[in-house]
Design a binder for this molecule. Sequence first.
Ligand SMILES: Cc1cc2nc3c(=O)[nH]c(=O)nc-3n(C[C@H](O)[C@H](O)[C@H](O)COP(=O)(O)OP(=O)(O)OC[C@H]3O[C@@H](n4cnc5c(N)ncnc54)[C@H](O)[C@@H]3O)c2cc1C
Length: 448
Amino acid sequence: MIDRRFFLRRAAALASLGSLGLVACGGGGGGGADDGNAADLPTGTSTLPDSTTLATAPANPKARVIVIGGGMAGATVAKYLRLWGDAVDVTLVERLPVYTSCIMSSLVLTGQRSLASLDYNHDQLRSRYGLKTVFDEVVAIDPVAPSVTLASGTVLRADRIVMAPGIDFDAVPGLGDPLLMPHAWKAGAQTSQLASQLAAMPAGGTAVLTIPKAPYRCPPGPYERACLLADWLRVNKPGSKLIVLDANPGIVTEVDNFSRAFFDLHGGVIEYRSNVVIDHVDTATRTLHTDTGALRADVVNLIPPQRAAALAASSGLVNDATGRFAKVDVLSYASTAAPKVHVIGDASATTQPKAGHIANQEAKVCADALVRLFGGGSPDAAPVTTSACYSTITMSEASWLHSLFQYDAASASMLPVASATGASAGWDRRSFREMDEWFTALMADTFA
Ligand SMILES: Cc1cc2nc3c(=O)[nH]c(=O)nc-3n(C[C@H](O)[C@H](O)[C@H](O)COP(=O)(O)OP(=O)(O)OC[C@H]3O[C@@H](n4cnc5c(N)ncnc54)[C@H](O)[C@@H]3O)c2cc1C
């Protein structure tokens, strides 16, 4: 267990641009990173270039990188390749001109945030760092002589591709129109739809939230959403129930806090059932057919099993043991199937959680490795990553969870550092406020 002061000091250090850079870009290895003091971190990259000198793309690029996906991982790697990469030409390809953050999006369901408050664009990345943006769908890549084919027919060539396309969902038998049982697990139209369905639910009604088998995007996310909704239902829909159907054998993370919240604090609203797998659904009667029987509800928040986004599979990069995600060398995030293609964020298979903060960190390790490789060197042999996460336990209180990972050469994986990994004992209002500060800092580091 780590204490609050450690966590806040760590979070503050990681929230600043310079320290974020230092953690991921630890030229001397991550030796100083697990004592919580940013001043002890390696200092080799402490002087960042003035961003005005980076505002235009390089005339004679040293190397060209195409980044696919402008979300948490892709936006970060594009920015830091320009910040750290002397004359690296970066083109970011993203299908949508506006990115809507999943982080904080459960608060849209309770009316505490608007969806628009979670919108980010790539304008500042372009104007401050001189990277190019192309808004189009990538339909194919050539991973060997790296090139990217867009839906428009344009073919872009590069020395390396960084793929950060996030996740896609398994199809649910019977669910023709996903808006009828929205997952709201990619923020956008489904989030608004679920909010409307909840608002229209009668008092004394039944809502169901399903949790897929791990690994899935944001391990604490479904549990914190359940807590938030339970608090909201208690006040706004008296007498209602929230049935949580978890495909996992038990709560997958922050077990102490979520157990207390589910069985004690929200015990009158939440009914938790583990080991329940959805087989198919009937949208006309709003019925879920599971391996333990059928269940009818007024509102169904159906979060299906997840896999790397379709492009990763169609590019031949999905090769982990689950057959769902892309295996990578975590020193550089190079795909083990195609060494000139790097896969970061939720699409990759690593020992780290699928989370926005970790996506930001993986992006920095990847950017640092590419810059070293373009300079004729090798990736840092001892990268460190970190992840902070706040969970809404009520509409005004949060708990927190922090992990720090360090490269382990024996297993060639990122392992948690026990002395710097832990969760809060309980929840409070201050953590709820700090969640906003953490989010603002993370999004600024990613998109500005
Ligand atoms: C409700 C909820 C709450 C969460 N809370 C937290 C939290 O508190 N803390 C935390 O750290 N994480 C949280 N997360 C997880 C976080 O949102 C994800 O882990 C993070 O977004 C992953 O980043 P990514 O870059 O891999 O994917 P994304 O952010 O999804 O970005 C992928 C991008 O790739 C683009 N793309 C995909 N395919 C193509 C293509 N073929 N061509 C062009 N563009 C393409 C997409 O349009 C998208 O913009 C939460 C998630 C949810 C759902």
